[in-house]
Design a protein around this ligand. Structure first.
Ligand code: DP6
Length: 364
């Protein structure tokens, strides 16, 4: 597939008005996307578990304008209230996707979005938010083109979501999603995420991710700025190469359910992501003292009990504690006894691997 495959036919007839709604989950990367080229092309391949509880619900109401305007016409509501801060981000997104959704200037849209996770939890909502919005907009195209096949719908939704936020392309369909061309996965694409095409052992079914909210405020450095700092980074080339190798290493690990090696790849990826931040110019640190306390305690607990509990990090201080379904009781007990004390106001979110976005019934 190329970009051209996502340009719709010219003669589609869109309904004059309507309402569409989707719920899209967040995701947590195991091999991290860090570094990109223009139009959201990743500098290296990544793979993520789709989450379940952390999700965005978006409803888009659309109505044909009397005259298609030069500008886009939309309102954005967050949890039912107008939210101006998001408007520039959506403008940029619409500008990027208009070649692929040419009806965008013909309609007025009311976008109403809400997150399942608390607003100031420090959890990035851009992946789930951009995925849910992309699915809603593509659903409008699908109403004009009902023959659109499911696989094409998923690929195009992921393609559009990527143009909003790179990691959002991994929040569409399926539980384990890979994005970015890499030699070990022939179907892989820089344009959209794909369902991981190889065997996955049942050890990874229902994998848990308890998100410890160490710091709930806004991050000091945004992901977009962080990606930019990989340009000219002294370790960029070996880091990008390492991501390809880690994806290849994961293939037998997923197939055989080798949790020890899984942990080795995933924790190394998390620390490498933060090592890249610490060695950028300008350098920065997003981990907090409690992030390190939690990591140390996870390592001590794993060493003394041999329970395969591990961690990963995204671009922030929060810790994602990962463990298999088979060990959930012991891990939850350990988290409550020893880790929750390091969370801001004791807050954490119990999440797990989910299956992807779902359409919602759009209320009239
Ligand atoms: C550290 O997808 O948020 O979470 O493409 O600029 O919107 P933009 O960045 P974003 O970056 C995510 C970075 C990460 C790793 C990952 O999810 O792979």
């Amino acid at each position: 597939m190329t970009e051209k495959d996502f340009i719709p036919k010219k003669d589609l007839v869109y309904p004059p008005s309507g309402k569409v709604a989707w719920k899209a989950p967040s995701n947590i990367a195991l091999v991290k996307y860090w570094g990109k080229y223009p139009a959201q092309i990743p500098a290296n391949p990544s793979i993520s578990f789709t989450l379940d509880a952390s999700a965005t619900r978006t409803t888009v109401t659309y109505e044909k304008r009397e005259q298609p305007g030069k500008d886009f016409s939309f309102e954005f509501l967050f949890e039912g209230k107008p939210k101006e801060d998001f408007i520039p981000k959506i403008e940029i997104f619409f500008e990027r996707i208009i070649p692929y959704l040419p009806f965008l200037k013909e309609f007025h849209f009311t976008i109403d979005s809400a997150n399942s996770f608390p607003h100031s939890s420090g959890i990035a909502s851009s992946a789930s938010g951009m995925a849910a919005l992309s699915l809603c907009l593509l659903e409008i195209e699908k109403q004009a083109n009902p023959e659109m096949e499911d696989l094409y719908f998923q690929q195009k939704a992921s393609f559009l979501a990527r143009l909003g936020s790179g990691s959002a392309c991994r929040s569409i369909a399926g539980n384990l999603i890979q994005w970015g061309e890499t030699p070990s996965i022939s179907q892989s694409s820089n344009l959209y995420g794909i369902l991981y095409p190889f065997d996955v052992h049942q050890n990874f079914t229902n994998y848990h991710d308890t998100i410890l909210l160490v710091h709930k405020g806004k991050k000091a450095v945004s992901s977009t700025v962080g990606h930019g700092l990989m340009t000219g980074h002294p370790f960029a080339a070996p880091r990008f190469q390492q991501a390809h190798e880690n994806l290849e290493r994961l293939q037998p690990i997923f197939a055989t359910g080798d949790l020890e090696s899984f942990i080795n790849v995933v924790e190394s990826e998390a620390l490498t992501l933060h090592a890249m931040m610490m060695t950028s110019q300008p350098y920065f640190i997003l981990m907090a003292a409690n992030t390190l306390e939690i990591i140390q305690r996870i390592w001590q607990f794993r060493k003394s009990t041999r329970v395969p509990i591990s961690f990963t990090l995204d671009a922030g201080a929060n810790v994602h504690v990962l463990y298999p379904e088979a060990d959930k009781e012991r891990c939850i007990q350990f988290i409550q006894d020893e880790l929750v004390a390091y969370c801001e106001n004791g807050h954490y979110i119990c999440d797990r691997n989910g299956r992807g976005a779902q359409p919602m019934v759009a209320s009239k």
